[in-house]
Design a protein around this ligand. Structure first.
Ligand SMILES: NC(=O)c1ccc[n+]([C@@H]2O[C@H](COP(=O)([O-])OP(=O)(O)OC[C@H]3O[C@@H](n4cnc5c(N)ncnc54)[C@H](OP(=O)(O)O)[C@@H]3O)[C@@H](O)[C@H]2O)c1
Length: 286
């Protein structure tokens, strides 16, 4: 039995699908099981990552755990899950971290939170694997609103390139780490096949969607305000903006061969990701 946390989110949901395809028995946690919309053969249990009692109960009869935590609570939540995993005798704990956690010069909040979480995972005693993806291709979904309204993508740091990755390829590596041997104590940094600037992503989006899209570079303060306008708390908005600024650094543009090395399949291109998500963007006729 494999316990998947963060199961209703972008990566967790893809992990659920790929574990089921691999024939694994899967249990998922959600804070709101009634709204989880997971396949009928997935057992869904109500648990908050910060609740040691619920997390211990969720791990009963499980032998492997996928840990996905988000935001400022990452250090606390990872400590709770890592302790519960060690006490439950879990045979492998796979933590989703962040690529920039591996950049020793990165001191902004998100890698700092994940670094603390990784430390708890390493220290707790359960055999562990850490997966550190660079930026997700799915972040481009945040552009759908302005594509619909203005036929444009507004983003800061137009010169920055990130070797963005399809969340399904992250899930593929997580599935390999959960279901095959030889991953204990390993740290896997993941990227997609190519580093792209937001302008280059905009061109690919326009090409696949069949409409002309304009890329407009905006000031970081405007981007921060747009995040706040979506109801994101200031602490998280600042953390996201600090991460976005690192698009200008070389670290985020490095292409890693990890996905193909571990899964035997090259990582998907951004063009493939867009083609598979066309329905989530306004069409040419819109
Ligand atoms: N976006 C990027 O470019 C990027 C790059 C590298 C790394 N990352 C890392 O990827 C992670 C985010 O992954 P994602 O985008 O797949 O997440 P997501 O779509 O935002 O989903 C978050 C999941 O976490 C669950 N969750 C949130 N708070 C919880 C709590 N207190 N207790 C239990 N479950 C909780 C939610 O489940 P319920 O609501 O059902 O409870 C949901 O399934 C973060 O660690 C981030 O740092 C992101």
């Amino acid at each position: 039995m494999i316990l998947v946390t963060g199961a209703t989110g972008t990566v967790g949901r893809a992990v659920i699908d790929q574990l089921r395809a691999a024939g694994a028995q899967v249990r998922a946690t959600s804070r709101h099981p009634a709204a989880a919309q997971l396949p009928a053969d997935v057992e869904v249990v109500q648990a908050d990552l910060g609740d040691p009692t619920r997390m211990a109960a969720a791990m009963r009869d499980a032998d492997r755990v996928f840990l996905l935590s988000t935001g400022p609570a990452i250090p606390e939540h990872d400590a709770v899950v890592a302790r519960a995993a060690a006490e439950a005798g879990i045979a492998r704990l796979v933590k989703l971290s962040s690529g920039r956690t591996g950049d020793d010069t990165a001191t902004d909040p998100i890698p700092t939170w994940h670094r603390a979480g990784e430390q708890s995972v390493r220290a707790a005693g359960a055999p562990w694997t850490i997966v550190r993806p660079l930026g997700f291709m799915s972040n481009a979904l945040h552009w759908a609103g302005t594509i619909r309204a203005h036929g444009a993508v507004y983003a800061p740091y137009g010169q920055g390139r990130i070797a963005v990755i399809d969340p399904r390829d992250i899930a593929a590596v997580v599935t390999v780490a959960l279901t095959t041997d030889g991953h204990d104590g390993q740290v896997y940094t993941l990227s997609g096949p190519q580093a792209l600037s937001p302008g280059e992503q905009t061109d690919i989006l326009g090409d696949v969607l069949g409409r002309r899209l304009e890329f407009v570079e905006i000031a970081p303060e405007q981007a921060r305000q747009a995040i706040l306008d979506h109801g994101v708390p200031a602490e998280l908005a600042d953390a996201i903006m600090a991460l976005r600024a690192t698009a200008l650094e070389t670290f985020t543009s490095v292409v890693h061969d990890t996905v193909e090395r571990l899964t035997g399949v090259p990582p998907r291109t951004f063009r493939q990701w867009v083609a598979d998500h066309v329905a989530e963007f306004p069409s040419a006729a819109a």
